[in-house]
Design a protein around this ligand. Structure first.
Ligand code: ZN
Length: 134
């Protein structure tokens, strides 16, 4: 794995949280993007070589709706940048980690992504992401 690509933060309200993180980080978000397949609306901030991703649910079935109902707003997942997501997925599967999807899927910010189940990572939701070929 190459670096922490971003930290995902679950929020109730994208506008309020956008203002809060703009104040906190001292810079404005550079991108808003909806990922319909995941039921989320996202907002990205640059922070050094990494990013902060705010995630708001866009429907009741969204994983973010379930997360907010259970735990409330706050830290949701860490995303690691990988060069070859398929080989990392194979390596981690062989090492006993539980992958939430069998194939990489399209994520926000032009990435191919895969999540690892928190029950196999000591409670941490982990996302792998590789820059998607344009
Ligand atoms: Zn993410």
């Amino acid at each position: 794995m190459n670096k922490i690509e971003h930290l995902g933060i679950a929020v109730e309200n994208l506008e309020t949280s956008s203002r809060l993180f703009e104040l906190l980080l001292g810079n404005a978000p550079y991108k808003q993007e909806d990922v319909e397949s995941e039921g989320v609306s996202t907002l990205f901030f640059n922070i050094g070589e990494s990013k902060v991703e705010l995630l708001k649910a866009t429907n009741e079935q969204s994983p973010i709706s379930k997360f907010l109902a259970k735990k409330g707003p706050g830290f949701h997942h860490v995303a690691f940048a990988v060069s070859d997501i398929r080989s990392e997925m194979n390596r981690l599967r062989d090492a006993g980690f539980e992958l939430l999807n069998d194939e990489p899927k399209p994520g926000a910010d032009n990435k191919l992504i895969c999540f690892l189940h928190p029950r196999s990572t000591g409670g941490l939701l982990v996302e792998l992401c590789q820059d998607a070929p344009l």
